[in-house]
Design a protein around this ligand. Structure first.
Ligand code: PMP
Length: 361
């Protein structure tokens, strides 16, 4: 049977060992005689699973002791609101860099809570680059960035510097978390939905500097407070146990291949293979500035209007290359090549691009 490669932007392909671990957990979790799906979150195996998942994440990302890790629900989209609700003082303002639809959505939610300064934006060129040398304004509480822009295929290669002790960096890392090592100490808060590089949808990771947890600027619902979830070890209410289990299996897989240093090398190799082909092939081009190209989401378009996107998409489908349609706001194609996409998937796509060029250019 021909292999099938899933280039979906999320939910996205997962490592086979994680899917196998999920299968076993559904059948009989760790020899307990019942499925994980029917186990109480207060049971010892599940409490241990959460501890193990958090420890595995801490080890991979080398998270310093003065940071808390929590597993929440509501997707990264809920963090667009939770961040300002918890961390923006009454009458205060925050800085945002607008690098695409997800940052724009985060900005909309912050405006409901307080003031927003958009201190950098690449909207003028359909988000084809990352604004550089952007500095937070005096007195802003935090600077929010989207580290990788899933739709437009741009990625911060260097994070903005914060010079002022009162301000901190907040990052939506939904689409590049665990793709490379990061220095967590440079951030006040990091959040990421699981459904790209970590596991299935349903769980959202938040890494928060401990001194920020207790900030109480306003009376917000209990479920929206970071302190609620930190003090109850992510078990204030019933957590998404199965999703966390799959995240843990994925973390174990990342460790088994050599951790995040190795993951970064693999991701950079895969991405440069694909970008080299896009740059070489006379039919295609990348809409993104070279220095800002994402290692995770690779959009590409036809060089001219002569070819129809549908024709190439069908050509790819016939070769087992699925979900390559670009986001509806940009068109063209997008290959999401997250951690779990094997090199063979990228080389199969490159082979299809070459064959298409041979047949139709
Ligand atoms: N931020 C980024 C960078 C994303 O790619 C996405 C989802 N594709 C979101 C936020 C929204 O995530 P969720 O669907 O988990 O709310």
């Amino acid at each position: 049977m021909k292999p099938i490669y899933n280039f979906s932007a999320g939910p996205a392909c997962l490592p086979q060992p994680a899917i196998q671990g999920a299968r076993e957990a559904i059948k009989d979790f760790q020899g307990n005689g019942i499925s994980l799906l029917e186990m109480s979150h207060r049971s010892t195996p599940v409490v241990t699973l959460f501890e193990e998942t958090t420890n595995n994440l801490r080890n991979l990302l080398k998270i310093p002791d003065n940071y808390d890790v929590i597993w929440l629900q509501g997707g990264a989209s809920t963090q667009f609101s939770m961040v300002p609700m918890n961390l923006l003082p009454e009458g205060g303002f925050a800085d945002y860099i607008d690098t695409g639809s997800w940052s724009a959505k985060a900005i909309v939610e912050c405006k409901r809570v307080g003031g927003v300064n958009i201190i950098g934006s690449s909207k003028d060129s359909l988000y084809s680059y990352i604004p550089k040398n952007v500095k937070p304004l005096d007195d802003s509480s935090y600077l929010h960035i989207t580290s990788n822009n899933t739709i437009y295929g741009t990625q911060f290669k260097e994070y903005p510097q914060i010079y002022n002790d009162k301000c901190f960096l907040v990052a939506d890392m939904s689409s590049d978390i665990l793709s490379q090592p990061i220095d967590v100490s440079k951030f006040g808060l990091i959040y990421a939905g699981a459904q790209k590089n970590m596991g299935p949808a349903g769980v959202t990771l938040v890494i928060i500097r401990s001194d920020l947890v207790e900030i109480n600027h306003r009376d917000i619902p209990t479920m929206m407070r970071y302190s609620t979830h930190v003090t109850k070890d992510s078990m204030f209410n019933t957590p998404p146990v199965f999703s966390v289990c799959v995240v843990n299996e994925t973390l174990k897989w990342i460790k088994s291949i050599g951790g995040l240093d190795q993951m970064k090398i693999i991701n950079e190799d895969k991405a440069s293979l694909l970008y080299d082909e896009i740059d070489r092939n006379i039919l295609f081009r990348s809409p993104v500035d070279k220095g800002d190209r994402s290692t995770m989401n690779v959009p590409f378009i036809f060089n001219d209007n002569h070819h129809k996107d549908e024709k190439f998409l069908t050509f790819c489908e016939e070769r087992g290359l699925r979900t390559l349609k670009g986001h509806r706001s940009v068109g063209g194609f997008r290959a999401s090549i997250y951690n779990a996409m094997p090199v063979s998937g990228v080389t199969a796509l490159i082979a299809a691009m070459m064959e298409f060029e041979r047949l139709y250019s």
